[in-house]
Design a protein around this ligand. Structure first.
Ligand SMILES: Cc1ncc(C[n+]2csc(CCOP(=O)(O)OP(=O)(O)O)c2C)c(N)n1
Ligand SMILES: [Mg+2]
Length: 295
């Protein structure tokens, strides 16, 4: 979680200098990707929405080529052509990332169908999406297909109670779990800012998906501590942000593990060094060569 936080902090600085572009961060939501990914098998599949950096790191994508991809360089994991919102690494079964809200749900349902009925593997598919994505048509198509076809799909909802600067009363007329209920999909709720609780809830849900081969939803209550994206200001007051910051998942984990200031500085320094090296690697890398460019 600290690695994700430090990578995003560094990228935020680069957004301000113009070296990075309009990125979506998961500050305050790190426990979700870390908690869920730590319970998945390396052979399970992952499909994610537009907040990709946190799940990519949690899945173990290499730091240098991830940074180069985000900064649009030829040494990036997708040759610098995918960028933050379309990162993929099939070798690590980090299959797709979708900019269009809700799309990941229907594609993940299709992938889960293929895994179970075509490849006949007992691996599962986990999909990460936001609370507002459950209002999107493609989410509903995906859930309908997943339920009717009984596919091994874990739907992880990062419930940060926001869609950009829009509040849930404008996109959620009923509790999210009701939406899953209407498809006969069992939904579990947990605090998404406590990584130990996320791991426990994910473990139970993953076991159920694998054993029964049918979809399960995990709705994780969380707090977005960053702007929606770097080019869009936040309308929340400082007082509201300060209140949310008390639920910072890193703070919770520091207290739970009893990490003192000296230990935290040591960790921050060593991870910070790795992040700085990745930035230097990306800076030294060429931009992608497009077919229409002169030799
Ligand atoms: C189909 C579609 N509509 C609108 C957008 C613009 N958009 C980008 S992110 C976002 C908010 C999504 O909210 P949520 O699914 O809750 O995820 P969060 O950003 O809160 O993590 C919107 C509306 C989009 N990318 N795709
Ligand atoms: Mg949201």
């Amino acid at each position: 979680m600290l690695t994700i936080r430090l990578v995003e902090d560094e990228l935020q600085r680069l957004c301000l200098t113009g070296e990075a572009s309009d990125l979506h961060f998961s500050k305050g939501q790190e426990a979700i990707s870390v908690g869920v990914c730590s319970e998945l098998r390396p052979t399970d599949y992952l499909v994610v929405h537009h907040r990709t950096i946190s799940p990519a790191i949690a899945r173990g994508l290499p730091m240098n080529s991830l940074m180069a991809e985000i900064l649009g360089k030829a040494t990036g994991i997708n040759k610098g052509l995918a960028g933050e919102m379309h990162i993929r690494s099939p070798e690590l079964r980090f299959m797709f990332a979708f900019q269009l809200v809700g799309t990941c749900a229907s594609v993940a349902a299709g992938l889960a169908w293929a895994v179970r009925y075509y490849k006949k593997e007992d691996d599962i598919v986990a999909v990460f999406l936001g609370d507002a994505a459950t209002s999107n048509a493609q989410f509903h198509e995906g859930m309908n297909l997943a339920a009717v076809r009984k596919v091994p799909l874990l739907v992880v909802v990062e419930d940060n109670h926001l869609a950009g600067n829009i509040r849930p009363e404008f996109y959620l007329p009923a509790p999210i779990e009701k939406r899953f209920e209407s498809y006969g999909i069992c939904a579990t709720k947990a605090d998404g800012n406590k990584v130990d609780g996320v791991m426990e809830a994910a473990r139970t849900c993953i076991e159920e998906v694998r054993e029964k081969g049918s979809p399960v939803a995990l709705i994780l209550d969380t707090t977005r501590l960053s702007w929606h994206k770097q080019g869009q200001r936040d309308i929340r007051s400082q007082a509201e942000l300060d209140l949310l910051a008390e639920r910072d998942p890193l703070l919770y984990e520091e207290r739970r593990l009893g990490i003192d200031g000296a230990e935290k500085s040591k960790l921050t320094e060593s991870i910070g060094k790795e992040v700085a090296e990745a930035v230097e690697y990306a800076r030294a890398s060429p931009i992608p060569k497009m077919p229409w460019m002169e030799a």
